[in-house]
Design a protein around this ligand. Structure first.
Ligand code: PHE
Length: 357
């Protein structure tokens, strides 16, 4: 009996999981286990022998059963401990911090403008910021002697002596993308071209680099009426209001005929800019019907096609919408300014989801 006891208590102590424990239990104290077999032998004993062996066997059975129970409890505890260690979580840690970078107002407004025009069937075209003077001027009906070249305060790229390549400029507007789009896409088309442009100019509302978005719609029957409707729809959607006063002023651009500049009603009272009220007007874009010579330069037959074009200052309309008083701050990389005027990096402007929320 001592033998049995030692063997089973030893096995129980060594058991690694509940399944092992169960097979020990069956072998030791199960119905057909060793202890049961011994119990059966009691019948062959003398009454005196039985009186000693009976209680001893029962005691052995109890001892093995309680060793099994204790071991089982220990295994359950150990399993729980292991799981707790595995799934440990420090609830005193800080919550994950918000991303610190923000979307620059110019990127935000570019996305907003794109979302609005995309809804009206315009796709996005792009062109190089360094372009030839042919794309930037000549193709747009601005010949070499034209005063518009001087007015634009153009940055010319340096040319080494003997360099015969066409002169390059930092594009002074996004209009050269009109020509490139005509060349590659042909008519009909409806595009906008957002991007950086450059002019030597610097004050509260002018910086040497700024941004424009060009619009161009060409078809057989496009008119100024389409231009006016598109711009009104755009301005309402962009400023997220039911109505905004627009002023179309007759103007002149070499690449459109007729031409109009468009102003938006605003006030500068107290140094803050407000849209839709007040007695001031801020020019936001130039526009008109694409000049036949420009269509021809882009390889489109002006006898079959006509269209409107506009060029709008992205930085301007960003200042207006978000009440930013000084354009120069856009490009100062001042972190305090960026945190104040920046936008949440995961919000995507859409017309149905809200442009600026
Ligand atoms: N390119 C003109 C500018 O920069 C704007 C414009 C674009 C005007 C298209 C008419 C048509 O001032």
């Amino acid at each position: 009996m001592d033998d049995l006891k030692q063997r089973y208590l030893g096995q129980i102590a060594e058991a690694g999981d509940e399944a092992a424990l169960e097979s020990i239990r069956l072998a030791a104290v199960g119905k057909k286990g060793e202890v049961a077999l011994k119990m059966r032998e009691l019948g062959k004993m003398t009454p005196e022998e039985r009186q000693v062996a009976g209680p001893a066997l029962n005691a052995l059975k109890d001892e093995i059963n309680s060793a099994l129970a204790a071991k089982k409890a220990a295994l359950v505890d150990a399993a729980l401990d292991a799981r707790l260690r595995e799934e440990w979580l420090d609830v005193t840690l800080h919550a994950r911090s918000r991303p610190r970078g923000t979307i620059h107002p110019i990127s935000q407004v570019t996305e907003e403008v794109t979302a609005i025009f995309a809804e009206m069937g315009f796709s996005v075209a792009e062109g190089p910021r360094i372009d030839t003077d042919w794309y930037n001027f000549d193709a747009l009906n601005i010949p070499g002697h034209h005063p518009a070249r001087a007015e634009m305060d153009t940055f010319y790229m340096h040319r080494a002596e003997g360099d015969n390549r066409p002169p390059h400029v930092l594009r002074t507007h996004t209009s050269p993308v009109q020509i490139r789009a005509m060349e590659t896409m042909g008519a009909p088309m409806r595009i906008i071209c957002p991007g950086g442009v450059y002019r030597a100019d610097y004050d509260q509302t002018h910086t040497p680099m700024f941004h424009q978005v060009e619009g161009l719609a060409i078809d057989t029957d496009i008119s100024m009426a389409n231009l006016k409707w598109v711009l009104e729809e755009f301005v309402k959607a962009f400023f997220e209001v039911d109505g905004v006063d627009l002023r179309f002023r007759a103007s002149h651009f070499p690449f459109t005929e007729p031409s109009a500049e468009v102003d938006i009603r605003c006030s500068w009272e107290g140094g803050t800019l407000k849209v839709g009220e007040g007695d001031d007007w801020l020019e936001i874009l130039g526009s008109g019907m694409v000049h036949p010579k420009v269509l021809k330069a882009g390889g489109i037959d002006p006898d079959s096609w006509q269209g409107f074009a506009f060029g709008m200052g992205i930085d301007r309309i960003a200042m207006l919408k978000y009440g930013i008083p000084d354009l120069r701050a856009f490009f100062d990389s001042d972190l305090r300014w960026l945190r104040h005027y920046g936008f949440a990096s995961l919000d995507q402007p859409t017309l149905h989801g809200g442009l600026s929320r």
